[in-house]
Design a protein around this ligand. Sequence first.
Ligand code: ZN
Length: 304
Amino acid sequence: MQTSRFVFVAALSASVCLAASKINAVTTTEDLAAIAREVGGDRITVEAIAKGYQDPHFVEPKPSFLLKLQKADLLMLVGLELEIGWLPPLITQSRNPRIQPGAKGYLDMSQFCQVLDVPTGAITRAMGDVHPLGNPHYWLDPENGRRMAKALQAKFSEMQNGDAAYFAEHEADFEKRLTEAEKGWDAKMAPYAGRKVVTYHRSFSNFAARFKLVIADYVEPKPGIPPTPSHTLEVINHMKQDGIKLILVEPFFDMRTPDSIARATGGTAMVLLPMVGGEKQVTNYFQLFDYDINLLTMAFAKYK
Ligand SMILES: [Zn+2]
């Protein structure tokens, strides 16, 4: 009787211990959650605050976000002020000491990544809503995905050392699959190297650099500033002059101006996804590139 009770208690506490030993992570975007899932497997739980079809610069805070943050062991954010309009008050209001800036559970992923478009010189209001620390849309280069996975492996292992071997194995497997997938993406994109495109916002700088596209112009006259008739006319002229045919639009922007530019230039305005979750079927990091590269190469193929 004594023995069986002991065994029962031991088994119970072991299971409690196991249940409690999952890292509870919250991310601002679905891309970060997707990479965390690759590395963390079933040893973490992870939820994203913003949906992949939402504009990550402007996310309307909800009480459910606070609940998530209150329980989190780890908060992963994109940083570079992408979330500055909505995240800081939520972190403060969560009163969760584990995820306050400077705490172990506050992880700004930009520190691990190659960041483009870092402005040189003084930043003025005339430059629009420019990201002063550089372009925060850096996850659209698989190399940055790889760097983030490595950083997460280190962070998860630090938080839960007993699972370090598990995280290392998952990270290595992710890298292997990513390297393999990149070969396919490179092969598909290679025929279109050097093609010029127009994008709505500066979401695709890292993607373009990685896959050798040239972003010749933007529908926004300045970052974060809605289209104006005079700038739209400039874009139309620019596209006509250089024979540019594709206007790539993030899912959360109005298509009217891009469509009017397409009509004026004989080109195509199309939605390209900057984030995992931008379409229902795009649920992981690999599917994001699969989806975008598929759409792009089909569109490029229409124009010689
Ligand atoms: Zn932006």
